[in-house]
Ligand binder design. Structure first.
Ligand code: SF4
Length: 528
């Protein structure tokens, strides 16, 4: 048992649904209790799809458990075949159905349907959503392309015009819809044709032809890495290793695909604005901003590179809930001189953020909530996300336009340079004081009635880690009133860190009450 309030990923059958919903001509029969149809809402409300996912649930009830639930499943499969006539069918069980062990794969096989029926073994108590998507995509690719695998020793012939598949985009993927055209654009600029994009928009018939491309572009390794590895083994197709998020990674990606395609590497970077924007003097104040990054492995690793190399931030924490990619995240964290946090417990993530006192959090929807509680600016870089991260406008993360989007999104929550400077100088202003949110975000300003109204203004929540008792298990420390006043002179966005350092300094020396001297001694100590 694990006490869980928020989970970063759903059960693995949600991953299977993401693959089925992304594709055309596939239907998924899910042995599941009544109520599991909630998952439809992920697609119809969060992603705002205009049609129901191609999923039929057996929706068994308590009273069915005394009868023949296996027959219920069999009837559902036959009904789906008659009604939807899919090119291929997925069959599997949700968490509860896994316990009653009706064996959906075996049952479907006995029906002898004239289409590929792919049984999904998704261990709901050990694995999660992304693993489920990866396994489902892999099994579908194997079932559809398997009959076309050439005999061992067959030599590959190259296409006259280089061709690749784009693998990984699914339904409910964070910005998958917009990443794909950006990547297609990069490929087209190199004269590389896109053969099949899968699972998004592909049919089982398309999957059957995957082996005809020269190589595979793996956009989301969490989903497509396994299928790409099988395609390499079966068809001798190489695949990409660089995910083009950020300017440096996009350039590396272009080099990589050009090499795989045997063409010269070129990109027209005319629409790329991030490098100039982050070099322009207005961005100077971004230098050294302390950022904490958390998300799926692909987006977290990419974000760390962009944050440090392209925006000049300092990465103070990097982590992921993608346990399968722990090795990659640890390697990336080592490059940034931090220790990776691999966990799917949001309380651990919250504790880490509170302890590190970053000036910006780049994370998932969970980190958005955590950062709000701690009063730290935040931008979303990875699933899980809410409805606002399936925007109507074009908002890729990948490629040249993706880099532009990253710049705007990550800088937006920060206090703008001039305001930050003025706040450091005039702390007592009734309207622009450090108790309110950045004015460009439009919240937290006192009423129009002016100075008299100022005391009534709601201050920003005080970061939990700013309170003396927050360091878990540490003895309480008292702050002398002069020292507290002096601390307030430190700009708000680094004040939490100054407080934490001073308390650590005092604790290590057995100081019970912090005075102005302690504050300055700590400052001198840590700046050595
Ligand atoms: S079967 Fe799984 S997904 Fe469905 S309600 Fe039970 S725990 Fe949730």
């Amino acid at each position: 048992m694990q006490l869980a309030l928020w989970t970063y990923e759903g059960p693995p059958h949600i991953g299977a649904m993401r693959v089925a919903t992304a594709m055309e001509g596939v239907h998924y029969v899910l042995h599941a209790p009544q109520g599991d149809t909630y998952a439809d809402l992920l697609f119809t409300m969060i992603e705002r799809r205009a049609k129901r996912p191609p999923v039929t649930y057996t929706t068994f009830q308590a009273r069915d458990l005394g009868g023949d639930t296996a027959n219920l499943f069999r009837e559902a499969v036959l009904d789906v075949y008659e009604r939807f006539r899919p090119q291929a069918m997925l069959v599997g069980a949700s968490c509860t159905a896994e316990l009653i062990q009706d064996d959906p794969g075996g049952l479907a096989k006995t029906l002898g349907l004239p289409i590929p029926v792919v049984p999904l073994e998704l261990p709901a108590y050990q694995r999660k959503e992304n693993w489920g998507a990866s396994e489902t995509f892999y099994q579908l690719v194997r079932a559809c392309a398997g009959p076309h695998v050439p005999k061992p020793g067959t030599l590959r012939t190259k296409n006259a015009v280089p061709r690749c598949n784009i693998l990984g985009p699914t339904a409910l993927g964070f910005r998958h819809r917009d990443d794909v055209p950006e990547v297609e654009r990069l490929l087209a600029a190199l004269g590389i044709e896109t053969h099949v994009i899968a699972p998004m928009g592909a049919t089982p018939a398309d999957l059957a032809t995957l082996g005809e491309a020269d190589f595979n572009v793996v956009l989301y390794p969490e989903v497509a890495g396994q299928a790409a590895a099988w395609l390499r083994r079966s068809f001798g197709q190489p695949c990409t290793t660089v995910v083009p998020i950020g300017v440096g990674a996009t350039r590396d990606f272009v080099q990589e695909v050009a090499k795989l395609a045997g063409v010269p590497a070129t990109t027209a970077e005319g629409t790329l604005r991030l490098p100039w924007y982050s070099r322009s003097v207005d961005s100077t104040y971004l230098t050294g901003k302390r950022v904490f990054i958390f998300g799926d492995a692909t987006h977290a690793i990419a974000a760390a590179r962009v944050a440090e190399k392209e925006l000049g931030f300092t990465v103070v924490g990097l982590g992921s809930y993608s346990r399968e990619f722990g090795r990659e995240v640890r390697a990336a964290a080592a490059l940034h001189g931090v220790e990776a946090l691999i966990t799917d417990d949001y309380l651990e993530v919250e504790a880490q953020i509170a302890a590190l006192q970053p000036e910006l959090v780049l994370g998932t929807q969970m980190e958005r909530h955590v950062a709000k509680r701690l009063g730290v600016p935040c931008a979303v870089i990875s699933a899980p996300v809410h409805v606002q991260d399936f925007p109507a406008r074009h908002s890729p993360q990948m490629g040249l336009e993706g880099a532009n989007v990253l710049f705007d999104t990550w800088v937006h929550p920060l206090m703008m340079g001039l305001e930050e400077h003025l706040l450091g100088m005039f702390r007592e202003d009734f309207e622009f004081n450090d108790g309110v949110q950045p004015s460009h975000l439009g919240h937290g300003t006192p009423s129009q009635s002016g100075r008299e109204a100022a005391p009534a203004a709601q201050p920003m929540p005080v970061p939990a880690a700013e309170t003396p008792h927050s360091a878990a298990g540490a003895p309480l420390l008292a702050w002398g009133s002069d020292a507290e006043k002096e601390l307030k002179k430190i700009p708000f966005f680094v004040r939490g860190k100054a407080r934490r350092n001073t308390e650590r300094f005092a604790q290590e020396r057995g100081i019970g009450t912090i005075t102005i001297e302690t504050l300055y001694d700590a400052k001198a100590h840590f700046s050595r």
